[in-house]
Ligand binder design. Sequence first.
Ligand SMILES: Nc1ncnc2c1ncn2[C@@H]1O[C@H](COP(=O)(O)OP(=O)(O)OP(=O)(O)O)[C@@H](O)[C@H]1O
Ligand SMILES: [Mg+2]
Length: 388
Amino acid sequence: MEQASGEQTPAQVHVTRLSLTDFRNYHALGLDLAPGAVVLTGENGAGKTNLLEAISFLSPGRGLRRARFDDVAREGVETGFAIHTKLAGPFGECQIGTGTAGLQPAAETGGRRLRINGETARTADAMLEWVRVLWLTPAMDALFTGPGGDRRRFLDRLVLAIDPAHGRRALDYEKAMRARNRLLAEDSRDGGWFDAIETQMAETGVAISAARAEMVRLLAAMNERLPAGGPFPTAEIALEGTIDAEIGHHAAVDVEETFRRLLYDHRPRDRAAGRTLEGPHRSELQVRHAPKNMPAARCSTGEQKALLVGLILAHARLTGELSGSAPILLLDEISAHFDPDRRAALFSILEELNCQAFMTGTEASLFSALDGRAQFLSVSAGAIQDRR
Ligand SMILES: Nc1ncnc2c1ncn2[C@@H]1O[C@H](COP(=O)(O)OP(=O)(O)OP(=O)(O)O)[C@@H](O)[C@H]1O
Ligand SMILES: [Mg+2]
């Protein structure tokens, strides 16, 4: 992947200092971090993924493991966990702190408290003004073969990095759908109530589908611009679902009307099922390996991994272009599937994209191509040594 001509290198946003208190197997950690590539190596169970997870809390949600906060606090500790970070970027310096230690959890931030530059943040989305974090973990190796919900969540994360309002939409849609499902389960015949909820579902649902469709379009346009035959295959992606086919062909208000009508018509069917059977919560993200013209689910493990990496890199490039700042990437055990040439190509692309990229592995030798170009940290039993 070479940079298309005429583009400006995005600014780097990077974590300069990370402090953890009672986070997973870290009792108290203070770590200075360099821009660019950060390589974490150490034996199984040392705390490599945990460190990436801590940084993933710089984005809305429950981090890269989608964990319950009770599980995140260090075993045996009743007082919760805390993460403090300092970031550097085009904005100068920023401090973000989050955790469950100390204060009452606030519902809007998803049950953890959040402070940005010393002020309590009202919603977790506020972090997206400063930093965007995306990750790939071994748990995502089954993304193309596993449940559709995982693929939707993955796509929604890509959307969120570029369109911070997407999180709010998803919450509003889910809230309205839960209300409708409750009415269905209670066998309610309150038509006025149904109408109000279904109107809300139609508005937020179409907004969700439109934002996803825009992401799909942007990624396709990005793939068009990248030279063919790069080290990571391009993914052809498409969304299939009740209203997804209508988006782009009809005005949003008309699609809303179609969806509202469909919900109305399907009340008896949904009542029998006890839940809403159609909508953007059921859309399927279809992914194909473009060079092979093969559905991703039918590709080899290594091919699927390369496809995912290609997607994340295309998205990182897009984020850099649209926002002017490169995202932070967390690439857990990224090297395991790749031969040395592909690894070297990955490292070069990350540098070209100007990302701070955290990468883990059990062997430092997997990262030898980065000698002199990365910060090497060795992790052991919840302690970290800088081997620069
Ligand atoms: N809440 C917790 N309190 C204390 N320790 C925990 C907690 N949650 C997980 N751990 C422990 O943290 C250790 C490190 O986990 P982590 O997933 O970071 O390992 P890793 O270095 O990524 O290992 P691997 O190479 O196997 O992926 C594990 O031994 C795990 O049991
Ligand atoms: Mg791990």
